[in-house]
Structure formats: structure tokens, C-alpha cells
Design a protein around this ligand. Structure first.
Ligand SMILES: Nc1nc2c(ncn2[C@@H]2O[C@H](COP(=O)(O)OP(=O)(O)OP(=O)(O)O)[C@@H](O)[C@H]2O)c(=O)[nH]1
Length: 476
């Protein structure tokens, strides 16, 4: 009976055939056409000082020798100046730095070469054409160098994702997070979890094999159970935190809302440093939701300008108000803007009552909607006036016209966004729904395993239905 249980559990621990959370491949996986030698421009397109062209594959050394004079291979990983010429015509193409990375000590794990040529379009296209004429070489597909690095165990899946995030990082916080993931932090965390699980399974196996001979310390199952419980707690904490990492990748939704003419569009333009929205003294100028991606105090955000909220307007503006309200419901952070010199107007009072005050109250899941109240047009207030409104919630004074108060607002935004997106320096974050999917699968499987360990046989049919259950964390 125990043997049967163990067969189930160990099958479960080996997990699914699909890529696991932090899989480091290194064997088995072969992409179509992976035997060929590939080449590509690895630096950006366009005119520039230096462009880097790379090759990867068994014919890299031959390609390097075919294009360079003298023809001998340079010392491994040492930059060396060579004349490049077209192997078909012998026509000189450029004088360039070349590097030779014999596998497996290269980015992809294969033989690689790099040509650091002058970045003019004619030079780049001449060298690419010359490489294409070398037998066994073909242009690389998008992402193929990284795919090969993964296939040869040079990068784990989470590191590949970190690399992609680093290339696309637009803000400081995104760069920090991507670099930490590329350095393997998330993978290390998952491997730690996987090790804990493997140890717990080993204890269960030992119990199954030896308990009847009384050779085993007491409490082995309890110990395994307690380890698995701790693991469940750790996974739960990361899962609950998952939205923060995803926000850090894709940007938090910051919605600028308020009554008409409060200066919402002026604030959006000020924060994005470009004329996203039309600014005019006419109330009701902005009718639709206008979005722009911005770097707010080092964090990525999608900033939305919305129609001024007021009642008794025509059908077009009414639709704008409806869209603004819908966007407010989806906001991660509301930037509520009021005209500091017009706080007693019906539109301001209504906005305070319907948006600002309710945001401070706890919603059914126990959290509050994040909101920063900004009183704009502070330049219109009489000097030294601080008695704005006795019941006004905590707020920031700003003048979009003079820029006064902007530093304070950016500081407050930084705090809010750090809470929303997570601080990459405090530990690895789950940045993709793939991570969440695998962790959730692992958590479910741990529940099943604990049921089995405690002899709850009624769960057995369910485990048999999910033989992959415990393989979600991947292996080192
Ligand atoms: N004095 C002063 N005027 C401002 C300030 N910010 C904006 N304004 C003016 O206020 C008017 C309305 O500004 P907008 O930014 O268009 O206001 P809005 O809230 O987007 O207006 P709607 O599109 O009608 O909802 C414009 O004439 C701006 O120049 C400020 O800080 N001080």
C-alpha cells in the first residue's frame, strides 16, 4: 500500500512535461534548425558609432576566419583589430574589433563570434551579406540567441524573462527588478523551495521504506508535514504579492480625475513632460480617456487623463463622464485634482463626497483604494492661507502653472508606487502570470500531498488525476 502511495507521490514530484517555473534546460530541448550557425545584428538598428554583429553555432570559427585578415582565430575572449572583407570578392568592408568565444564558455554555450563594426548602414549590411554567403550560416530568428542559451543550460527560464525585461526596462525600478531576475534571484528562490520539497519527499520515502523495521526516528512524517506547511505559507505570501511584480513590469494604472477645469490635463502634461492633453479655460475640454505611459519617480505608470466629473451635461460629455468613472474603478492609484480656489463649488463638493471620501473607506476585501488628493492652482490662493476647508482629507498643494509643490507630489507618488509595484531591492517578485500559475499549481499540489502523507486516502483519486501536481517549481 505504501509503495503505491510513493509511486504516486514521486510521479507527482517529477511534474509536468511543460516548462516549469525556473527550469534550467540544458538537455533534451532542441529548437528546430538549432544545428545551424546563426548571425544577427545585436545592437540597435540605425546609424551609430559601433554596431555589434554576432554569430552562434559550429561554423562561427570558420565564418570569423573567412571574413578577417589575418585569417587565424584570435585568442579566446580577447578583442582584436582585423580587416574585414567579403569572402566572395575580397572587397574590404571595414576595420573592426572581433572577438572569439569558443563554446561552451559563451552566451549561448556554442562557438560564438562578435564583430564590432562601424555602425553605418552600408557597413552593417555589407558584413551581414558577407556572413550570409559563408556556407552553413543563416540569419537568426527573433530571440534565437537567447533560446539557444536556454537550450544549453546557460540561462534558466526566469533568467530569460529577466533578460527580456532588462532589454525593455524603461524606468529605474524596472531595470533593478529585471537585473535581479537575470542574476537568478527568482530562480534561486524557486530552487530553494524545490529543495525543501524534495527533502520532505525523501523523508516520506524513508518512512515508507523503513518504518516497519522500526529503524526510523519518530516524527518523520510530522517533520515533513511541518516543512510543507511552511512552504505553503511562503508560496501564499508570494502569490498574494503577485500583482505588485506584474505592475512593475507593465506599469501601475494612475488615473487623474476631478471636476472640470481643476487642471487635470495640465497635471498630466506636467508629469509626462509632453502635451498629451489639450489645456483650455473652457470647462469640459477633455471628453475621453487619454492614456500615456510615464516614468513617475522611477516607477512605470500608465497615466490616464479623464473627463471632468459633473452632472447635467450633454450626451457626449455624459459618455466621457461614464468612461471616467469606469476608469476610476480600475485605477491602482487615483490622483484626485481639485481647484484649490474653488473648493466650495458644487462640482468640487460632489467629487469630494463621491470619490475622495469613499476611497479612504475600506472596501469589502479590507483594502482602501489608493488616492492622492491634489489641490491645484495654489498660486491663486491668498499668500499664507492655510484654512482651506476644515474637513478636507490630507492633501498636497500644487501649482501646475508655477511648478510649486511638484517635488512634494513626486515624493508622495514614489511612496505610493513603491507600495503598489513592490521594492525590487527587498527580494524577488513574481512578474508574470506564468509564475503565478505555477505557484498556484504547486500550492494546490502541496495540499494534496499533505493529505496523502497524513493517510487521507480519500484524496488518492484526485492525485491520480493530477500526476504532474508537484512538478511546478522546476529543477535546478
Ligand atoms: N492659475 C492657474 N491656472 C491653472 C493651473 N493649472 C491649470 N490652470 C488653468 O486652468 C484651466 C483648466 O486647465 P485644464 O488642465 O484644461 O483643466 P482640466 O481639469 O483638464 O479641465 P477639463 O478638461 O475641463 O476637465 C486652464 O486655463 C489652465 O491654464 C494652475 O496651477 N494655476
Amino acid at each position: 500500500m505504501w509503495r503505491g502511495l510513493w509511486t504516486l507521490v514521486s510521479r507527482a514530484a517529477r511534474g509536468p512535461h511543460s516548462p516549469r517555473l525556473c527550469t534550467r534546460q540544458g538537455s533534451g530541448y532542441r529548437a528546430p534548425g538549432s544545428g545551424a550557425t546563426i548571425f544577427a545584428l545585436s545592437s540597435g538598428q540605425g546609424r551609430c558609432g559601433i554596431a555589434v554583429i554576432r554569430t552562434s553555432g559550429p561554423a562561427s570559427g570558420h565564418a570569423l576566419q573567412s571574413l578577417t585578415a589575418p585569417r587565424d582565430l584570435p585568442l579566446a575572449r580577447k578583442a582584436c583589430l582585423r580587416l574585414l572583407s567579403d569572402p566572395r570578392s575580397g572587397e574590404p568592408l571595414d576595420r573592426a574589433l572581433v572577438l572569439w568565444f569558443p563554446g561552451p564558455q559563451s552566451f549561448t554555450g556554442e562557438d560564438c563570434a562578435e564583430f564590432h563594426v562601424h555602425g553605418g548602414p552600408a557597413v552593417v549590411s555589407g558584413v551581414l551579406q558577407a556572413l550570409g554567403s559563408v556556407p552553413g550560416l543563416r540569419p537568426a530568428e527573433a530571440g534565437e540567441f537567447t533560446r539557444r542559451a536556454f537550450a544549453h543550460g546557460k540561462l534558466s527560464l526566469t533568467e530569460v524573462e529577466g533578460l527580456a525585461d532588462l532589454i525593455h526596462a524603461e524606468t529605474e525600478a524596472q531595470r533593478r527588478q529585471a537585473l535581479r531576475q537575470l542574476d537568478g534571484e527568482l530562480g534561486d528562490l524557486c530552487r530553494g523551495w524545490a529543495e525543501t520539497l524534495t527533502k520532505a519527499l525523501a523523508h516520506v520515502e524513508a518512512y515508507i521504506d523503513f518504518s516497519e523495521d522500526d529503524n526510523l526516528e519518530e516524527g518523520v512524517l510530522d517533520q515533513a508535514d511541518s516543512e510543507v506547511r511552511k512552504l505553503e505559507v511562503a508560496l501564499g505570501v508570494h502569490l498574494r504579492d503577485a500583482r505588485r511584480g506584474q505592475r512593475l513590469r507593465s506599469g501601475a494604472h494612475v488615473v487623474v480625475a476631478g471636476p472640470p477645469n481643476a487642471g487635470k490635463s495640465s497635471l498630466v502634461n506636467l508629469l509626462s513632460r509632453k502635451p498629451v492633453s489639450i489645456v483650455s479655460p473652457e470647462p469640459g475640454t477633455t471628453r475621453d480617456v487619454l492614456e500615456t505611459p510615464v516614468d513617475l519617480a522611477g516607477f512605470p505608470a500608465l497615466l490616464s487623463d479623464t473627463a471632468g466629473l459633473r452632472e447635467g451635461v450633454g450626451p457626449v460629455e455624459q459618455e466621457g463622464v461614464r468612461r471616467a468613472q469606469k476608469r476610476l474603478e480600475q485605477a491602482d492609484l487615483i490622483l484626485a485634482v481639485l481647484d484649490a480656489s474653488d473648493l466650495a463649488s458644487p462640482a468640487s463638493c460632489n467629487f469630494l463626497d463621491t470619490v475622495v471620501i469613499p476611497a479612504g473607506a475600506r472596501n469589502p476585501n479590507g483594502s482602501r483604494q489608493r488616492l492622492l488628493l491634489v489641490l491645484n492652482k495654489s498660486d491663486l490662493l491668498p499668500a499664507g492661507r492655510s484654512d482651506l476647508h476644515p474637513d478636507l482629507p490630507s492633501h498636497l498643494l500644487l501649482s501646475c502653472l508655477t511648478g510649486e509643490g511638484l517635488d512634494g507630489l513626486l515624493e508622495a507618488l514614489k511612496k505610493e508606487l513603491a507600495a503598489l509595484c513592490g521594492d525590487p531591492s527587498t527580494g524577488p517578485l513574481l512578474t508574470r502570470s506564468r509564475h503565478q500559475h505555477h505557484l498556484r499549481g504547486c500550492l494546490d499540489a502541496l495540499g494534496l500531498l499533505r493529505g496523502q502523507v497524513r493517510g487521507q486516502w480519500k484524496l488518492r483519486p484526485r492525485l491520480e488525476e493530477h500526476p504532474e501536481a508537484l512538478g511546478y517549481l522546476g529543477t535546478a
